[in-house]
Design a protein around this ligand. Structure first.
Ligand SMILES: CCCCCCCCCCCCCCCC(=O)SCCNC(=O)CCNC(=O)[C@H](O)C(C)(C)COP(=O)(O)OP(=O)(O)OC[C@H]1O[C@@H](n2cnc3c(N)ncnc32)[C@H](O)[C@@H]1OP(=O)(O)O
Length: 224
């Protein structure tokens, strides 16, 4: 059985050097756009300056549109097994709204990231939007399942918001709890400097297409 999602898993044949070049070219562009998103929220310059800035942005858009792709980025890989999901909404290198810069793992399977959420992730005044917390937890819990050897799609994500989550420095972490058949149960949380703000339990299920494809790769893909 095949699944249409596999059409977006593409070996694009790039060499490692070409991937590194793309990383060096497009990563900083994403960083610039991320700063612009925050500036659009925070700038206090007057209407004339906004109009001037928009002219520059229109010029930049005109350059970038000269050669572009349509549709989602998908997941791309090369012959040496480097996977890129650079469009991912939580962690994609080329996605300026993705809040996570990178993840770490410990020998005991704990996966974590330290992030700084700025004002564009606001929900309640001065605090993180609950949907953004869910985004972070979905990603890090899913990564914990994958890194532990059980990649899967999110079947269920149960979230308990224990106290308000302030904007600013946060740690998100997760760990595999147990596995039952195709289901990996993962627990995790988001904490600020004073303790846990949000707790989650996720059930990540390896769909049939994923189980079938897993054997085509020497090891479980580790997207970069
Ligand atoms: C080239 C390839 C490389 C491969 C390596 C890929 C690398 C790594 C990719 C990672 C990807 C990351 C993704 C990020 C996290 C998202 O953002 S994922 C996006 C959000 N999630 C979705 O869109 C999932 C949509 N749902 C589905 O696709 C399907 O419903 C599911 C979840 C895969 C389950 O479908 P299914 O396999 O047909 O499930 P089914 O056979 O009915 O049931 C199997 C078992 O799961 C239970 N179950 C079914 N649904 C649920 C549910 N929603 N909740 C709890 N339990 C459930 C059943 O009761 C059953 O339990 P048992 O009877 O075995 O005890």
């Amino acid at each position: 059985m095949t699944d249409s999602i596999l059409e977006l898993y593409v070996n694009d044949g790039l060499s490692d050097e070409e991937i590194d070049q793309q990383r060096a070219t497009y990563g900083p562009l994403t960083g610039d756009v991320r700063e612009l998103i925050q500036l659009a929220l925070q700038t206090r310059v007057d209407a004339d300056d906004v109009a001037r800035a928009r002219e520059h942005l229109a010029a930049a858009r005109e350059i970038l549109e000269r050669d572009r792709e349509d549709g989602p980025y998908g997941t791309r890989f090369n012959d040496s097994g480097r996977f890129r999901n650079w469009g991912n909404a939580a962690i994609g290198l080329r996605n300026a709204i993705a809040p996570i810069g990178g993840i770490h793992e410990d020998d005991d399977g704990r996966v974590w990231t330290d992030i700084h959420l700025g004002p564009v992730y606001e929900g309640p005044a001065g605090h993180v939007h609950g949907g953004v917390s869910a985004l972070l937890l979905d990603q890090i819990l899913g990564d914990a399942a994958r890194i532990s050897g059980y990649p899967g799609m999110t079947g269920t994500l149960a979230i308990r918001y224990r106290k308000r989550t302030p904007l600013g420095a946060l740690r998100v972490e997760a760990k595999l709890d147990r596995v039952e058949g195709r289901k990996a149960f993962v627990v995790g949380h988001i904490a600020d400097s004073e303790g846990i703000c949000v707790e989650a339990e996720g059930i990540f299920i390896a769909p049939v297409w994923m189980v079938q494809q897993r054997d085509s790769f020497a090891e479980i893909p580790r997207p970069e």
